[in-house]
Write a protein that binds this ligand. Structure first.
Ligand code: GLC
Length: 559
């Protein structure tokens, strides 16, 4: 493998950053974030070092699911800007070497979408079959709903025609019928439209729900005969229309099933998928101060085709889902990081951000991000993580973590000069308020979390072996420590993370190394000797972390 491969398979060595234009930066002072505001802030992102933006839905919406209920797939929410503004954003981002991917939410539309308004008019409307209808009384589906606080069935009776429509999410989000070739053609057109404007791929929403056509009835004939064939078609179409465009899929399923969504060994379906399993294991490990669950999860990740990649994360825009843990494990994480009922949601998740969950302990916060950036996969950040933003629990839903970005210590955190009542939601109050947590202050402080992120990201980018190379958990005696080795043709790197509060000395045994090798710290100054048997002893503070390049004699890599 050559360094130039990191340009071809750019997503394998990328740093992704998710943001919602609505809450990022308001430039026209109407209280809502907008594209011109985001353009003004691109240089913050460049300075941070991220390489690809993921824009949450910015399309016209009925605003029942924060933009995930779309009323026009080809439009731009007028509060956020125009097509012209989107093009300016893409153009400016590309100028800075930043790629842009956008949310593709085609499992469903808003019930206010013109297609659905037509569809519900009559059973013989030309748009009837764009959605999934049934005339018989549906069975109890209360165990299948995604949002159990709001819904108790995935079928909703529509009075006008007396039939039920399928909605796997909120009842205001009727599912599109992808068994209908007209719908599949339209989805291709949507993909084609945004790629033509220059985007670099999609974050694909709710992929297993999109491909599951069992709602169409029992007969095989009613279903999509080859759902993965359909996903392959979308990928092939994107490949034809772009130069290295990606599909980053939301597939919260066990690893073995995720493998199918990559297209297995052919790797011709989703380019990337979020690692929900590794994320949940990380929280269990943090709660226990025991690296075991995380090590087990990482070792259980199946190998993918060389071009496929995992997207790693510790927080996203939704609830911090713990749905793949066992009930007692989930209760352990709840007890450690979200003991109050108002911190929990859907009986499976938390609506908090990382720093408050870790009691604001800067050692632990940095250790977790060091861990994230050292694991195999492509790290994916949610806006505000780089400055350690907290949540606003009083919002009481997933929106608690979608508060306005905190730029300065001034009014509205510098997000907007409009009256507070005009903002999309409250700015965080309390100990994580803009007065204490903001970009402007941290930019100038070499010891800030923001400066630490810059360091992590620049090191991460120059170490493709971290995200991309082969991965091995190193045996060592401390349960609290994850020691791992990432190797690549051109080198190897040891990463150590102490999930516990006690300082430890970690003995590591490096196969194939001897006294001619050195371990060189990459995050601080320092080197450690390796003995003739390839052993080294590495000290770690409580919640400490180290990245060490294995330096072979004559190496030309920069240390
Ligand atoms: C995905 C999104 C979530 C949204 C849902 C329905 O899970 O991440 O925010 O509510 O899809 O579109």
């Amino acid at each position: 493998m050559r360094v130039s491969d990191t340009a071809d398979l750019w997503w394998k060595n990328a740093v992704l950053y998710c943001l919602d234009v609505e809450t990022y930066m308001d430039w026209d002072d109407d209280g809502t974030g907008d594209f011109p505001g985001l353009v003004q802030r691109l240089d913050h992102l460049v300075d941070l070092g991220v390489t690809c933006l993921w824009l949450m839905p910015f399309y016209p919406t009925a605003e029942r699911d924060d933009g995930y209920d779309i009323t026009d797939f080809y439009g731009v929410d007028p509060r956020l800007g125009t097509h012209g503004d989107v093009v300016e954003l893409i153009r400016t981002a590309h100028d800075r070497g930043l790629r842009v991917i956008v949310d593709l939410v085609v499992n469903h539309t808003s019930d206010q979408h013109p297609w659905f308004k037509e569809s519900r008019k009559s059973t013989d409307n030309p748009y009837r079959d764009w959605y999934v209808w049934r005339s018989d009384t549906p069975p109890d589906t209360s165990d299948q709903v995604v949002f159990p606080d709001q819904e108790d069935s995935i079928w909703e009776l529509d009075e006008k025609t007396g039939e039920y429509y399928l909605h796997q999410f909120y009842k205001t989000q009727p599912d599109l019928n992808v068994t209908n070739p007209l719908v599949r053609d339209e989805i291709a057109k949507i993909v084609g439209f945004w790629t033509q404007l220059g985007i670099d791929g999609f974050r694909m929403d709710a992929v297993p729900f999109l491909l599951d056509t069992s709602g169409n009835g029992d007969g095989e004939a009613a279903r999509l005969p080859d759902p993965h064939g359909y996903l392959r078609d979308i990928r092939a179409f994107l490949d034809r229309r772009t130069n290295g465009g990606i599909l980053l899929g939301e597939v919260n399923l066990p690893f073995e099933q995720q493998l199918e969504f990559y297209g297995g060994a052919d790797g011709d379906e989703l380019t990337m998928q979020f690692d929900f399993i590794g994320m949940q294991a990380t929280y269990l490990s943090l709660a226990r101060g025991d690296a075991g669950p995380l090590a087990t999860a990482l070792q259980g990740r199946p190998a993918t085709a060389p071009d496929s990649q995992w997207a790693t994360f510790v927080r996203n825009h939704d609830e911090l889902t713990l749905d793949k843990l066992t009930e007692p494990e989930r209760q352990e994480v709840f007890a450690a990081f979200g003991p109050e009922p108002e911190m929990q949601i859907y009986d499976r998740g938390l609506i908090r951000r990382l720093p408050p969950m870790l009691g604001g302990d800067p050692r632990r916060v940095r250790m977790v991000y060091s861990l994230l950036f050292s694991l195999p996969g492509t790290p994916t950040l949610f806006y505000g993580e780089e400055i350690g933003m907290g949540e606003q629990l009083s919002v009481g839903s997933r929106l608690a973590v979608r508060t306005p970005m905190q730029w300065t210590s001034g009014t509205n955190g510098g997000f907007s000069r409009a009256r507070a009542s005009k903002l999309p939601g409250p700015v965080v109050t309390g100990g994580y308020a803009p007065e204490f947590v903001n970009v402007a202050d941290q930019r100038k402080d070499p010891d800030s979390l923001l400066s630490f992120f810059r360091l992590l990201i620049s090191r991460r980018k120059e170490c493709p072996e971290l995200g991309w190379g082969s991965f091995e958990v190193l045996e060592q005696p401390h349960a609290a420590v994850l020691a791992h080795l990432c190797s690549w043709d051109d080198g190897a790197l040891v990463a150590l993370h102490n999930l516990g509060p006690e300082p430890v000395v970690v003995p590591v045994d490096l196969d194939g190394c001897g006294a001619e090798h050195l371990l060189a710290d990459l995050l601080v100054e320092g080197t450690t000797a390796v003995d003739a048997q390839g052993r080294a002893e590495l000290a770690l503070e409580g919640y400490g972390y180290r990245w060490l390049r294995v330096v072979a004699p004559g190496t030309r890599r920069l240390l």
